[in-house]
Design a protein. Structure first.
Ligand code: XBP
Ligand code: MG
Length: 231
């Protein structure tokens, strides 16, 4: 008899290759729109992903590569303006179908629903990004399939801190041992483990070389996986 009552999905890199096909190009479009001669190529972006949260990533980049700008009195306003512009570009990419779900994700979600398992999201990205991706890439009513959507700034400390998973577990009203986290990154794995969760890692484009020590299982994509394998 399975004790698994809920699947808690990460978003970026897990549901879809959003960092490669969504966030990175959206950041570069925002830089151009805001008149900044910044460009994050794939290699640099892979390094910057060590910092979770788009606003946190922008602050980190500026302090490292544009310290004069980071010292400006209006730096916080600039970060918010850049992030809002980036999110608008990201949403346009999502809504025009640029971000298909990774293999096996839709099938696993459907199987979990059919078996009466609960669904939740625990992500560092912004809430509007989650809803748009679920609506565009899964189904128009897909956001309602998830009992809890924990996203972005609802917690003070982003991944690898456990805050977002603890926030979701509290609202699910379930013990960690009856849930499974599904992640793509080392930061996400650490966050889930910190919350006492078993974690299945589905390695994504940007996380292939990361350290997944402590993961319950590490896989490529989830194509062909059966719900029954998850415990
Ligand atoms: C990945 C992140 C996010 C995205 C950018 O989130 O760190 O910050 O890179 O999204 P996860 P925002 O893997 O936890 O889904 O700009 O909206 O933060
Ligand atoms: Mg992720």
């Amino acid at each position: 008899m399975s004790t698994l009552q809920a699947l808690i999905f990460d978003v970026d890199g897990t549901l879809a290759e959003t960092e490669r096909d969504g966030h990175r190009p959206a950041f570069n479009q925002a830089f151009a729109e805001c008149g900044l001669a910044w460009h994050w190529d794939a290699r640099l972006y892979g390094e910057l992903l060590a910092v979770t949260g788009g606003k946190e990533r922008l602050r980190h980049y500026a302090r490292q590569y544009a310290p004069d700008l980071a010292q400006r009195a209006d730096f916080a306003d600039l970060v918010n303006k850049l992030h809002a512009a980036k999110t608008a570009h990201y949403l346009r990419r999502v809504e025009t179908g640029c971000l298909p779900l990774r293999p096996g994700i839709a099938q696993l979600i459907a199987a979990a629903r059919a078996a009466g398992r609960r669904l939740a999201i625990a992500t560092t990205t912004s809430p509007e990004n989650v809803h748009a991706l679920l609506r565009s890439s899964l189904a128009p009513d897909a956001p309602e399939w998830f009992d809890i959507i924990g996203a972005g700034d609802v917690v003070p400390n982003k991944k690898p801190a456990p805050d977002i998973y603890l926030w979701v577990l509290e609202r699910l009203g379930l013990p960690a041992e009856n849930c499974l986290a599904i992640e793509d990154s080392e930061n996400g794995l650490k966050s889930a483990l910190g919350a006492g969760l078993r974690c299945l890692v589905t390695v994504s484009e940007y996380t292939a070389a990361q350290d997944f020590a402590g993961a319950w299982r590490v896989m490529g994509d989830l194509g062909g996986i059966a719900l029954e394998e998850l415990g």
